[in-house]
Design a protein around this ligand. Structure first.
Ligand SMILES: Nc1ncnc2c1ncn2[C@@H]1O[C@H](COP(=O)(O)OP(=O)(O)OP(=O)(O)O)[C@@H](O)[C@H]1O
Length: 232
C-alpha cells in the first residue's frame, strides 16, 4: 500500500497541502479530484519523492526501507522529452535509468500504435501521453501514479486507456489517478479523494459517487449557485 499521512507542504508562506492523508491499495484505482491549484500535483510530487521540505509520512508500506518510486511508475502531467530522442530511445532511456533490462516494446506498441522511430518532441500531445504510459507499462510496476493521463487523448485512446487501467487493477496494480473529467474518473475508479484548497474534503467509495458532482458543485461554487438561482 502507498500511504500518505498528515502531509503538509508549503511554498514560502503559501500552505499548499494541509494535513492530507490517503492510501493507494493494491488492486484499487484511487481517483484524486480537485480544482486547479488544489494541490494534486504537489501531493503526487511529495509522494514520489520529487519534492522535499514537507512534513508527514509518505511510504510504501510493504517495507519500511522501500521508497515509493522503487515500486511505482509515474506519468506526470507534462512528461518531459529530450530533444532528438526517438520514442523508442525515450523508453530505453527510462528503463536504463531504472537499471532495468530493455524490454521488447512490440506487444504494448501493437496496442498503443506509436511511431517509435520518430522524435518524441514531434509527437502530438496525445501521442506524448501514450509514450509516457508505454514507458511505465513495460516496467510492470506494483503501483502507478497517473497525473491527468486522459488529457489530450482522443476518444479511441481514451476508451483504450480505461480498459488498460481496469485490466491492470484486476491484476492487482494499485493506481492513483487524477482527472478533471469527472465522468471518466468515476467510470474507472473504485474510490476517490476530493482535495479542496490543500485539504481532504472527503473520501468517497464507488457506491457514493452518485453525490460526488453535486457535492463538488456545492464545495467549489456554493456562492455562485445562489447567484445562479436568482438568474435561472
Ligand atoms: N514550485 C512551486 N512554487 C511555488 N508555488 C507552487 C509551486 N508548485 C505549485 N505551487 C502552488 O501550489 C498550489 C497547488 O499547485 P498544484 O500544481 O499542486 O495544483 P493542482 O491541484 O495539481 O492543480 P491543476 O489541476 O491546475 O494541475 C498552487 O497555488 C500553485 O501555484
Amino acid at each position: 500500500m502507498l500511504e500518505i499521512k498528515d502531509l503538509h507542504k508549503a511554498y514560502g508562506p503559501h500552505e499548499v497541502l494541509r494535513g492530507v492523508s490517503l492510501a493507494v491499495r493494491p488492486g484499487i484505482i484511487h481517483g484524486l479530484v480537485g480544482a486547479n491549484g488544489a494541490g494534486k500535483t504537489t501531493l503526487i510530487n511529495c509522494l514520489y519523492g520529487l519534492e522535499r521540505g514537507f512534513t508527514g509520512t509518505v511510504r510504501a508500506s510493504e517495507s519500511a526501507s522501500l521508497l515509493v518510486r522503487e515500486v511505482t511508475g509515474l506519468v506526470p502531467y507534462e512528461p518531459y522529452f529530450y530533444p532528438r530522442l526517438t520514442g523508442r530511445e525515450y523508453v530505453t532511456f527510462c528503463l536504463q535509468a531504472r537499471g532495468r533490462p530493455v524490454a521488447d516494446l512490440r506487444g504494448w506498441n501493437e496496442v498503443l500504435e506509436l511511431p517509435l522511430d520518430q522524435y518524441a518532441t514531434e509527437y502530438s500531445a496525445g501521442m506524448k501521453k501514450k509514450l509516457a504510459l508505454l514507458a511505465v507499462l513495460v516496467q510492470d510496476f506494483a503501483y502507478l501514479i497517473l497525473d491527468e493521463p486522459f488529457n489530450g487523448l482522443d476518444l479511441e485512446a481514451n476508451l483504450l486507456l480505461k480498459e488498460v487501467l481496469k485490466r491492470l487493477r484486476d491484476r492487482g496494480t494499485g493506481i492513483l489517478l487524477t482527472s478533471h473529467i469527472l465522468g471518466t474518473l468515476t467510470e474507472v475508479a473504485d474510490e476517490a479523494t476530493v482535495l479542496v484548497a490543500g485539504q481532504v474534503q472527503r473520501h468517497y467509495t464507488a457506491a457514493e459517487f452518485g453525490t460526488l458532482e453535486a457535492d463538488l458543485l456545492a464545495a467549489l461554487h456554493g456562492q455562485k449557485l445562489s447567484q445562479l438561482a436568482q438568474l435561472l
